[in-house]
Design a protein around this ligand. Structure first.
Ligand code: NAD
Length: 294
């Protein structure tokens, strides 16, 4: 069993750290927020007084922080405090450039590094069923895999430094675009007098089939488990969808990729968020699309 330092014990980090404890690892954590600290303590995580103290005796360090700037600034001190050869796994969703900076700084300080963002949300973090998308050297991945298995059920090595973040951003750009496509189809069907169930029955077994329709249907009725059936409580909050779409547009700009649909989806979610809907499930954008007139 490993000694693990865990930095960032928020909505995702606390249950992830709790699953490491359940798997028998010795987990020492740190967060800036008292509520996060208490949530993690209740799950059996030992709380350190400072972030460097949480990683000083660790074999492996996991970071689960809000954004690239948090990861780059927090890991600067962590790299200095950890013993040489420590494996650093960053599971935050961040921009590819910051992920590569994290790898470079970690390597320069004599550590192993892996970017390993997740999908599966808070429910997957609680249940230990997250998907990890990993970028980094094969050795680092091999060392991380058994530890990540305590928090997730699918662990994919996507390639070199930054490849995990690239996979996450590309996947979530598909998700943002496809959800808007499905929502627009339901709104058009309403205008044409076609029932939600009829569109669902046809499209779910036709070429319009996709995850946004058949695993996360944005209208109540056809799929009782989707957030549409509980007033669009998240789920996956629209603010997080917007964050990931903005990361996709930043990466597209830097790499010269043309992502016109990604840009349109970003603008629509930005407008939805600006009207105070960031805390709603992202599929709730259908209610806002209905109020728009051509
Ligand atoms: P969160 O805001 O609940 O947690 C982040 C935590 O980091 C907070 O508790 C904050 O106090 C702490 N923090 C910030 N700076 C710190 C520092 N320097 N040292 C120690 N702690 C610090 O966010 P979350 O929902 O847990 O998400 C974490 C990451 O996971 C984000 O990058 C997010 O995009 C990604 N993610 C979230 C979800 C989700 O459904 N919530 C799903 C997939 C990926």
């Amino acid at each position: 069993m490993a000694r693990i330092g865990f930095i960032g014990l928020g909505n995702m980090g606390a249950p992830m750290a709790g699953n490491l404890v359940k798997a028998g690892h010795e987990v020492t954590g740190f967060d800036l927020a008292p509520a996060a600290i208490e949530a993690a303590r209740a799950r059996g995580v030992t709380i350190a007084d400072t972030a460097p103290a949480a990683v000083a005796h660790a074999d492996i360090v996991v970071t689960m922080l809000p954004s690239g700037k948090h990861v780059v600034s927090a890991t600067e001190g962590l790299f200095a405090a950890a013993a040489k050869g420590t494996l650093f796994i960053d599971s935050s969703t961040i921009d590819v450039a910051s992920a590569r900076a994290f790898h470079e700084a970690g390597r320069a300080a004599g550590h192993e590094t892996l970017d390993a963002p997740v999908s599966g949300g808070v429910g997957g973090a609680e249940a230990g069923t997250l998907t990890f998308m990993c970028g980094g050297a094969a050795d680092a991945f091999a060392k991380a895999e058994p530890v990540l298995a305590a928090m997730g059920k699918k662990i994919v090595h996507c390639g070199d430094a930054g490849a995990g973040q690239a996979a996450k951003i590309c996947n979530n750009m598909i998700l943002g675009i496809s959800m808007i496509g499905v929502c627009e189809a339901f709104v058009l069907a309403e205008k044409l007098g076609l029932s939600h169930q009829a569109l669902y029955d046809v499209a779910s077994t036709s070429s319009g089939q996709c995850w946004s329709l058949t695993s996360y249907c944005p209208v109540p009725g056809p799929l009782p488990t989707s957030p549409a059936n509980r007033g669009y409580a998240p789920g996956f909050a629209a603010a997080l969808m917007l964050k990931d779409l903005r990361l996709s547009q930043e990466a597209a700009g830097q790499s010269g990729a043309v992502t016109a649909m990604g840009a349109a989806a970003t603008d629509l979610f930005a407008a939805f968020d600006a009207e105070g809907n960031g805390g709603k499930d992202f599929s709730g954008i259908i209610e806002w699309l209905r109020t728009r007139h051509g």
